[in-house]
Ligand binder design. Structure first.
Ligand SMILES: NC(=O)c1ccc[n+]([C@@H]2O[C@H](COP(=O)([O-])OP(=O)(O)OC[C@H]3O[C@@H](n4cnc5c(N)ncnc54)[C@H](O)[C@@H]3O)[C@@H](O)[C@H]2O)c1
Length: 315
C-alpha cells in the first residue's frame, strides 16, 4: 500500500484529508498538537482517524528536521503539507511564530520530501497572500500584497514550493484556500464563533460594518480537490485558487446562521481588526481547467451541515 504523509493531520483540514486518503493509502500524520486552540479537539480528530488501521500518528514538530527525515522516508509517495500557524490576528500579535512554522517548517518539509524522492507535495496556501484588492475576483495573476505577517509567511512558503519544483525538480502544487468551513472547523474562525454564540443567544461581535465580503469554501470541496491531486500531475508547479466561487457579506452570513439557528443574538459592531482582508473572491478557472475543480456545496447547505454537526458535538 502506498504511503502518504500529512503534516498538520490532526487539525481541521488535514484530518478531513487524512480520513478520505486513508480509505486507499497508508497515512502517517505528523502534528505537534499545538495549543493555538484546544489540543483536545485535535485528539478527538485523531481518535476518529486512528479507528482506521491505515492511519499512524507521530507527535512532532515540522521545525524538527531529524524527525521529518525519519517520517518522510523513501516509502512515502505523497505529502500533504497542512501544518501551519494559522490565524491572521495572532500573526499580527506575534509574527515570529508563523514565520518559524510556516516558512522554515515548509522548507524542512520540502527538503525532506526532495531527499526521500517524494512524487508530489501538495501545499496548503491561502487567499491571504493577495491582501490588497486591485480587482475581484482574484485570479492567480492578481498582485500579491499581503496585509498580515501570516499572509507574508504563506506567500514565502508558496515561493519555496515553486522553487523546489523549478530548481530541484520536486513536483509541488500550492492550493490557495479561501476561508474553509465545515465540521471540525477551527474554533477561532468567524463561522464557528458566530454559531457558538448564536446557539447560546449571546451577543456576537462584528469587526467593521459587516459589509466586508468573503468567499467561503465547504470542507468537502477542499477534500475532493486534494484527493484528486494524487491521481494527476496536471497541476505540478502551479499555484491554484480553490474557493467557493461566490462571496457573501458578513451580515448575510449572520442572516443565514440566524435562519438556521433561530437565534435572537444581538449583533455588536466594533472597530476593524488589523490584518483582516476587506474582500475575498476566488476566480477558480485555473483549477477548473487543470483538475476539473468545481465546488459543489452552496453556502446555505454547508452552514446547515456545520450547525448540525456543531449541535451534535458541542456537549
Ligand atoms: N481554515 C481555513 O480557512 C484556511 C484558509 C486558508 C489556508 N489555510 C491553511 O490550511 C492549513 C490547515 O489549516 P486548518 O484550518 O486546518 O488549521 P488547523 O490549525 O486546524 O490545523 C493545522 C495543524 O497544524 C498543526 N501544527 C501547527 N504547528 C505545527 C508544527 N510546528 N509542527 C507540526 N504540526 C503543527 C496544528 O497542531 C494543527 O493540528 C494551514 O496551512 C492553513 O494555513 C486554512
Amino acid at each position: 500500500m502506498s504511503k502518504v504523509v500529512i503534516t498538520g493531520g490532526a487539525g481541521f483540514i488535514g484530518s478531513h484529508i487524512a480520513e478520505e486518503v486513508a480509505k486507499e493509502y497508508e497515512v502517517v500524520i505528523i502534528d505537534n498538537l499545538d495549543d493555538y486552540y484546544s489540543p483536545d479537539l485535535k485528539r478527538r480528530n485523531l481518535e476518529i482517524l486512528l479507528a482506521n488501521p491505515n492511519v499512524r500518528f507521530v507527535e512532532g514538530d515540522i521545525t524538527d528536521t531529524d524527525l521529518l527525515r525519519r517520517v518522510i522516508d523513501s516509502d512515502v509517495e505523497f505529502v500533504y503539507h497542512e501544518a501551519a500557524q494559522a490565524g491572521v490576528r495572532i500573526s499580527v500579535e506575534n509574527p515570529f511564530k508563523p514565520n518559524n512554522v510556516n516558512v522554515l517548517g515548509t522548507l524542512n518539509v520540502l527538503k525532506a520530501s526532495l531527499d526521500a524522492g517524494v512524487k508530489r507535495v501538495i501545499n496548503a496556501s491561502s487567499s491571504s497572500v493577495y491582501g490588497k484588492v486591485k480587482y475581484l475576483p482574484f485570479d492567480e495573476a492578481h498582485p500579491t500584497m499581503p496585509v498580515s505577517p501570516y499572509g507574508v509567511s504563506k506567500l514565502a512558503a508558496e515561493h519555496y514550493c515553486r522553487v523546489f519544483y523549478e530548481v530541484y525538480g520536486l513536483p509541488t502544487v500550492s492550493l490557495r484556500y479561501f476561508t474553509v468551513y465545515g465540521p471540525r472547523m477551527r474554533p477561532d474562525l468567524a463561522i464557528s464563533i458566530f454559531a457558538r454564540k448564536m446557539l447560546a443567544n449571546e451577543p456576537i461581535t462584528v469587526y467593521g460594518d459587516g459589509e466586508q465580503t468573503r468567499d467561503f469554501t465547504y470542507i468537502d470541496d477542499i477534500v475532493r480537490v486534494n484527493r484528486g491531486l494524487l491521481e494527476t500531475n496536471a497541476a505540478d508547479g502551479h499555484v491554484m485558487n480553490v474557493g467557493g466561487g461566490h462571496r457573501i457579506t458578513v451580515n448575510d452570513l449572520i442572516a443565514h446562521l440566524r435562519e438556521i439557528t433561530g437565534s435572537a443574538s444581538e449583533v455588536v459592531y466594533s472597530d476593524k481588526q488589523k490584518g483582516d482582508a476587506e474582500h475575498t473572491l476566488a476566480d477558480i478557472g485555473l483549477a477548473e481547467g487543470l483538475v476539473e475543480y468545481r465546488p459543489a456545496t452552496a453556502i446555505a447547505d454547508g452552514l446547515k451541515k456545520f450547525v448540525e454537526w456543531y449541535t451534535a458535538h458541542s456537549r
